[in-house]
Ligand binder design. Sequence first.
Ligand code: C5P
Length: 224
Amino acid sequence: MTELIVALDTHRQEEAKAWVKELKKVKFFKVGMELFTAAGPAMVSWLKEQGKKVFLDLKFHDIPNTAGRAVAAASRMGVDLCTIHAAGGPEMLKACREQCGETRLLAVTVLTSLDQESLGHIGVNRPVAEQVAALARLAFEAGIHGVVCAPTELPLLSQFPRDFLRVTPGIRPAGSAAGDQKRIMTPAEAARAGASHIVVGRPITQAQDPAAEAEKILAELREA
Ligand code: C5P
């Protein structure tokens, strides 16, 4: 079944903790750059003490030695899922894979904020879809456990085995505001398209009743 991950997108540790306490039925939380920069490893340890799983979304991209050692540090903290940039290249991907221990690694292919024109500015001239598929293949061949992708990119990943993880943000429950998310799907649509995990932030954390909203999404995933 597709798992729900709630994004703790805040720099206020107390706010993040209040969300986690309120969302009793949610087992998996994402700590991104904002929260990790503000609250550090203590936030990850606290989540683990609460019995939660942690997705550390820091998108490492550096020389192989540095990125590999950062992944090893994440693994020592008990992180369950950790992102790295596929654009770091095969040597970086392999160094991370060798040092990840029990942590499963997700490769970021092309950020959803980059369109064809912005890719051109960084010297990538092939179509976005081709770039996504090529970077996913590079990650797969380096032994990386899965990718982060827009739900609309899931069909590009049909060439990979089912246990290759497909983690998708850009989820909006039917009837909610799209915000700045462009390529969106509902939780059930993403589940049916093959997502192993969906990442949902504001539709839950900014809801009138976050626990009820999370339960609605969990029910939708169970029925998908
Ligand atoms: O939009 P929402 O609050 O549900 O975002 C959840 C996560 O999705 C964010 O933590 C961010 O990493 C990711 N995101 C994205 N593309 C956007 C906006 C957010 O991938 N345009």
